[in-house]
Structures are given as C-alpha cells and as structure tokens.
Design a protein around this ligand. Structure first.
Ligand SMILES: C[S@@+](CC[C@H](N)C(=O)[O-])C[C@H]1O[C@@H](n2cnc3c(N)ncnc32)[C@H](O)[C@@H]1O
Length: 358
C-alpha cells in the first residue's frame, strides 16, 4: 500500500476470552442475562432524474427470477430469488432473507461506527448518491439526517420501500454502466459492494467525474475473509475453506470479494486526495470480553448464519460446480464452527474515502 495512504486499525480485540456461558442454540445470546437495550447547485429534483438514463421500475424489472427459472442460475434448487434486471450480474439473492441480512448489517455498521453513517468530513451536502443501495436503509437514514440534501439511491433490484423521506429517491440502474447524471454530487457513497464491482478503478473514475470539486467518495465494505489474532481459527477449517472458496469463485465470476487492499490505491490513482482507509475489526461471534465488541459479535453471528447460504448458493454451485448437497454440508460445518466461542474469529471492514481536489 502506498506510503501516503493513512492506514489505521482499531479497535483492538481481546483475543484471550471465551464466553463459556454462551447458549449454543440462541444466536442472539440472551443466555447471559446481560442483554442491554440498544437500542452551490440547487437541490430541486431536476433533469438528473430524466427518463433518458433512469430505468423506471417496470414490470420486467419486477419480474423477479427464481433460481431454477433462468439459465445462469438454473441449477440452484433452494428457491433463493435473484435480480431480474441485468440478471446474472450479481451473485447474491435479493429476497426477503437477504434484505433482512442487509438491514442487520446496517445495524452492525451503526454499532461499529457509533451511529455515524459516514466518516468523510461532510459539510452541508446537497446532492448525494448511494451506489447499490439495497433496501435503501442507509439512504433513508442519510436523508433524514440531512434534510436539505437530495439523496438518490440506485440498485439492480427494486427492493426499496415506497414510503421514504421526500428528499430521497430510488432508481433501478447498473452503477457499472456509464453514468448519465447531469449534475455533480457532493458525496457519493457505496457500502458492502465487495463482490459487486468488476472494475473498481473505473467505478472510482466515474465517481471522481461526477463529484463537485471538494466532494467525497466513501466506500465501506467487509472483506470476505475471517481472521484470528491467535491460532484459534485452526479449529474452524470449514470457515477458512468457505471464505477461500468464495474468494476463488468471486474472482472467477469477475467481481472479487477480497481485493479491498487495492481500492485506496485506486482512489489515489484516479486523482482523489486525502485518501483515508481505516480497517476495523469486528468479532464474528460474541467471544470478546469488551461489552461493545461482544455486542457486535452477537449481531455478527446472526448475520453470518444468513450470509453463508446467501454467499455460497450461487457462487459455489454456478461458478465452482458444487452440488447443493456439498454446499449444504459445508454450510452446516460453518454454522457448527460459528457456535464455538473458543474460535476467536473476526471480520474486517474497510472504511475509506477520498476527496476530489478543490
Ligand atoms: C450487499 S448489498 C448492500 C446494500 C446496501 N449498500 C447496504 O449496505 O445496505 C449490495 C447491493 O448492491 C447491488 N448491486 C450489485 N451490483 C450492482 C450494480 N452493478 N449496479 C447497481 N447495484 C448493484 C445489489 O443489488 C445489492 O442490493
């Protein structure tokens, strides 16, 4: 990584703790009795919403495809639903279970970032774009928080709510196509897009082009890899195998899930300044001693229960040729290892931004 890129890692996780009273069948962890309550341009809607580039939510887009009903996913048998628009270009489902997973991850990010929904030092952003908005949960929060901003979220799937703040709009679009926005943005954001991007330098270049001078591009994403600071991950060989297979499959699919170390370098290369990349460790299960880390681990563990089938369903079958039975067995071993709090496993999220020079 380039020497001029600031790279920090925090917070430190206690690697030596096993929560022995963990109740194996309850992933929320209510077993310990310690659950806590957690709770320059005008901003009008304008030609940037012109029909020339915005794909309306037509019946064809709403015509969801289920696993066995179209060629690319034809061998998938377990009923997971995928995007119809640009079908076959995204490896994860878009069904209710996946939407719940995305919203759960939003909560995990809120815990990690103490409720902050951006880390770039924004000042009065007026035009904001959320790439691959998913359920739109981040865009809605941002629109609520910055009520004078016009927030646009795009996605391949029309899975966003209809009732949203008046300053928030969603559109169906492919962010890897040529952008046709006619007015520049103050802030462009993309979260959890590892595995969604074929060409990160090109995406970064488009973001650079479509930002105002002084505007920020921020990307936040977990790398698809599991770590431990001791050697306890050795006790979770299927977990390691799964992440390694997903890395291999996503590479082969053309949208890598583990190339995040390159992204800050790419940001610099396209001209962003003040490039900052912070890598935050998040316990994947509630093994840590620190109460906040333990809380993150509780939610992360539930998330992992849903992420394993979502990630393996298409990539291992269609890209690596595994049978459904083989995938189910791998997922079963992964879930068993996920319950073992002697495995001090954690994920890493990369939180980075760059600024277009003034
Ligand atoms: C893992 S989800 C993250 C959703 C959201 N950013 C969040 O953090 O809650 C990735 C999203 O990116 C969308 N996506 C993937 N490739 C895309 C593309 N080329 N253009 C637009 N959206 C895309 C997917 O449909 C999915 O909703």
């Amino acid at each position: 990584m380039s020497g001029s890129i600031q790279l920090t890692t925090d917070p430190e996780i206690e690697p030596d703790v096993c929560i022995s009273y963990y109740y194996l069948d309850d992933f929320v962890g209510s077993d310990d009795g310690q659950d806590q309550d957690y709770a320059n341009e005008d901003s009008s809607y304008d030609d940037s919403f012109s029909e020339s580039y915005r794909t309306s939510i037509t019946s064809s887009v709403l015509n969801y495809k289920y696993g066995s009903s179209f060629p690319l996913h034809s061998s998938i048998q377990n009923g997971r639903r995928y995007n119809a628009y640009r079908e076959g270009e995204y490896a994860l489902p878009n069904d209710e279970e996946e939407q719940d997973r995305m919203d759960l991850l939003h909560h995990i990010y809120n815990l990690i970032l103490n409720g902050e929904i951006h880390t770039a030092p924004l000042k009065n952003p007026q035009r904001v774009l959320d790439l691959g908005t998913g359920t739109g949960i981040w865009a809605v929060d941002f629109a609520d928080q910055y009520q004078s901003a016009e927030v646009i979220g795009n996605d391949l799937s029309p899975i966003q709510p209809k009732w949203v703040p008046p300053n928030c709009q969603f559109e169906i679009d492919d962010f890897e196509s040529e952008w046709s926005y006619t007015k520049p943005f103050d802030y462009i954001h993309g979260r959890e897009l590892a595995g969604s991007i074929q060409n990160f330098p090109r995406l970064a270049q488009q973001a650079f082009t479509h930002l105002k001078p002084g505007g920020y591009f921020e990307i936040q994403s977990f790398i698809v890899e599991i770590f431990s600071d001791d050697d306890s991950l050795k006790k979770a060989p299927y977990t390691t195998q799964m992440t390694s297979l997903l890395q291999q499959a996503s590479e082969k699919f053309g949208k890598p899930m583990a190339n995040l170390d390159e992204w800050p370098i790419n940001l610099k290369e396209v001209g962003f300044t003040e490039v900052t990349c912070k890598i935050v460790k998040a316990p994947a299960t509630p093994w840590a001693k620190d109460p906040k880390q333990k809380e993150i681990g509780r939610f992360f563990q539930v998330h992992q229960v849903h992420s394993a089938p979502a990630y393996t369903n298409f990539l291992l079958s269609q890209v690596l040729g595994w049978s459904k039975t083989e995938i189910d067995i791998l997922n079963m071993h992964f879930l068993r290892e996920l319950k073992d709090l002697d495995v001090h496993q954690y994920g890493k999220t990369y939180i980075m931004y760059g600024r277009k020079p003034l």
